[in-house]
Every structure is written in C-alpha cells, then in structure tokens.
Design a protein around this ligand. Structure first.
Ligand code: UQ1
Length: 402
C-alpha cells in the first residue's frame, strides 16, 4: 500500500487532522490506520460515571467518523521505518507514505497495579477509563450505602489531569444529596491538586466544601478486590517511601498511563517514549516529513480533546505548506482545556497554555464554578466534538492570557 499521507490513529486527533486536511485540499490522498470499530467521545465518560450521561451517546461507529474520501486501513501498526518512509501493520502488509502523522493516543497500563485486572469492574472497583467500567462507576456510586470511598490519581503524564477528581466531586455531591455518610479520600501521586497554581488553589476550596481528605504523593500500587483493600506507596516529608493499606467500600481507579508500546519501541520516540515533536510546529524533531499530535506527543501541554482540536489545524496547515513548498509558521501555543466538574450542576473551566499560562476564552473569573459551564460540558462540547472538530472545521475561538 502507498499513500501520500498516512495518519496513525483514528481517534480525536487523527480524524480531526485528516478532516482538516481534506477540507483545505480535496485532492490529498490520505489513509488512517486504526484497528478500532468504535470511536469514543471520552470526555463524557466522567459524566457516565456520575450518572449524568447516556453511555450509548458516547460512541459512534469508526466508519461514520472517518472523513469521506479518506481510506481507513483497519489494522494496527507493528513497526515504523521512518528512514525509508514506510511502516508495517499486523496483517503483514507494508504501508508506504510521503508524509506521516502520528497520533495513536495514550496507553492505559492497567497491569502496572498489582491485582487490578482481576478485580476491575467488580467488588466496588471501578474506573471511568473504559466505557463498561464507567457504567460500573455509576453503579458503585448509586448503590453506595455509606462508608469509605477512595479515588486515585497516578503519576503524570495522564490524559485530562482533572478527571480523577471530577468523578470524586460528582460522587461526593451525590452522597451529600442522598444523605449517605461517606468518608471520601483522594490519593494522588502529585504534591498538588492541579498543575496550574490558580486552579490548584481554587480546587482546595472544592475539597473543603465536601470535607474530602486528600493524601498527596500517595500512589496506588496494589489492590485486593475481594478483601476490599488497596495498597498505596506514600512518600513522606523526608522523601522516605512507605506502604499504607486502606480499606474501601468503593474505589475509583485512574490507571497509570504511558506512550503506546509500539511508539516507545520505534525510532519516532524520545527517551520517555513519546512522539518527539517540536512543541510549536508539531513537526518531528528528526524526520521532517513526520508530524505528531494528540496524547502521544512529547509536548508539555495538557492531554485533552481541546488540545487536539487546536493542534489539528496547525499540523494540517504546516503539512500543506510543506507539500506546496511555501513557508510554514503555524504554531500551537499549548492550549488545553479541562472542564473541572465539581458537582452535578457546576463546572470550573480550566483553560491554559504552555507554561501553565491561564488563557480563558470567556471574560469571567475562571476559578468560579458555574452552571453555564456545566451545560457546555454536557451539551455544547459533545456537539463541538462530533460536528465541528471531527468535521475538520477550524473554529478558533480566541483565548487570551488572563
Ligand atoms: C474544547 O474545545 C473541547 O473540544 C473539543 C472540549 O472537549 C471536550 C472542551 O471540553 C473544551 C472546554 C473546549 C474549549 C472550547 C471552548 C469554547 C471553551
């Protein structure tokens, strides 16, 4: 097989960039490689876990998402050979390209927590990171009769760093409304609530509002579902690590995450395993006919759908400029957005760019929890995703430094 442009990954980033390219230049010959039948709108998984979104509305068939006139190769990449502009897929075929766009997303490393794979989806062990387990999250919250509810966050980088606490606030809100007496405990590997100080400070207030106990630098390492016990590695003030076992009635686990194994093992990766691209142009550091975007890249932005939405037109414009021999000059500023769900009717909208610079879209205090942002999270962002972003429409709402 041979295509002018090959896109590895048909998720948010891959579909958006292919659609954006096609919209700019109909005659481009593009193929997307992705093994999955189903395309998920993952940002809604938080709401599914909180019982506020129809699980069936989070996904569509992948073939309905791939742009018209873009070829879908339903297969998995086995290996890259960027020196020779080709790659191999699991079926054994070789795919050649002139230009390569790499956006396979981030890998969930369930197996890095001892005992997790055996118990996830039962025994009160839930996780919003796969749809069936997100549905089980809601079952756990709804049927919780009081007791201990644990929530975990693994070391960075993870996609949407706010997600591990969003589901906790939805749970705490529900317990409060139903009058269930709950001890809610957040165990996060990080030393802070959020990477951007302005929001970290504001989130302290939310934690207090619910009476949640937060344990920083506390990392889930093992879980025994039948015994309802979870083991954490906790780093003390002296840097000393010790193990703490906590019992639970329910636990929401955010799995450790890393670059996909087939990227880690490829010449495209940096030392940490991520697709090694320039943070502004998104062009590969060593292969100038290769670009990367989405959760799998080395760039230090927040790994969110909003980031992929703004990266897609940068890659599309830079690649078209490259093909036509004109100057580049389109730069991604690191924008990412994290609608921090703080209850069943409020959201704090965290928007920021490289360096943790707060860059709101709306001229409102970004640390305030708002019902209007809840409505956007539940209704407008999914609409924006399916009908604007995945259709390759570059809708650049300006965001400005605070
Ligand atoms: C956004 O663009 C987006 O993308 C597709 C989301 O996806 C889920 C978001 O949650 C947010 C907040 C944005 C940012 C867009 C605006 C209008 C603030």
């Amino acid at each position: 097989m041979n295509h002018q442009i090959v896109v590895v990954g048909g998720g948010s980033a891959g579909v958006a960039v292919a659609a954006s390219l096609k919209r700019k230049s109909k005659e481009l010959d593009i193929a997307i490689i992705d093994p999955a039948d189903t395309h998920y709108y993952q940002p809604a998984f938080t709401l599914v876990g909180g019982g506020a979104y129809d699980p069936d509305a989070t996904h569509r068939p992948e073939n309905s998402c791939i742009p018209k006139d873009v070829k879908w190769i339903q297969d998995s990449v086995e290996s890259f050979d960027p020196e020779n502009n080709r790659l191999t897929v699991r079926s054994g075929d070789t795919v050649e390209y002139q230009y390569l766009i790499v956006c396979p997303g981030i890998q969930l490393d369930w197996n890095k927590i001892e005992g997790l794979e055996e118990t996830i989806g039962k025994n009160g062990v839930c996780s919003n990171y796969l749809l069936p387990y997100a549905q089980y999250t809601w079952e756990c919250i709804r049927s919780f009769q009081g007791g201990k509810a644990l929530f975990t966050q693994p070391p960075m980088p993870i996609k949407c760093a706010g997600a591990p606490q969003k589901i906790m606030y939805m749970a705490a809100d529900y317990f409060k409304r139903k009058g269930r007496s709950a001890e809610v405990n957040f165990n996060t590997s990080l030393p802070v609530m959020f990477g951007v100080p302005l929001f970290a400070e504001a989130l302290k207030g939310v934690v207090e509002q619910y009476g949640i106990q937060v344990d920083f630098k506390s990392t889930l390492v093992a879980i025994d579902g039948a015994a309802k016990e979870a083991v954490f590695e906790v780093e003390g003030a002296d840097g000393e690590k010790s193990r703490v076992t906590r019992s639970f009635d329910m636990i929401h686990v955010t799995p450790p995450q890393s670059a996909p194994d087939f990227i880690k093992a490829s010449p495209l990766a940096n030392e940490a395993g991520w697709v090694d691209v320039d943070p502004a142009t998104l062009q590969h550091a060593r292969y100038d006919n290769v670009y990367g975007l989405g959760d799998a890249t080395s760039t230090p932005n927040a790994k969110t759908a909003a980031a992929a939405r703004l990266q897609a037109p940068v890659v599309a414009k830079n690649l078209i400029a490259k093909i036509s021999g004109k100057a580049d000059g389109n730069e991604y500023d690191g924008y990412g957005a994290c609608p921090l769900v703080t209850s069943h009717n409020s959201v704090m909208l965290a928007e920021f760019s490289y360096g943790g610079k707060v860059t709101p879209t709306f001229p409102l205090d970004p640390t305030k929890q708002r019902y209007s942002y809840w409505l956007m999270k539940k209704y407008f962002f999914p609409f924006l995703y399916w009908n604007i972003m995945l259709k390759g429409i570059d809708w650049d709402v300006p965001h400005k430094p605070l």
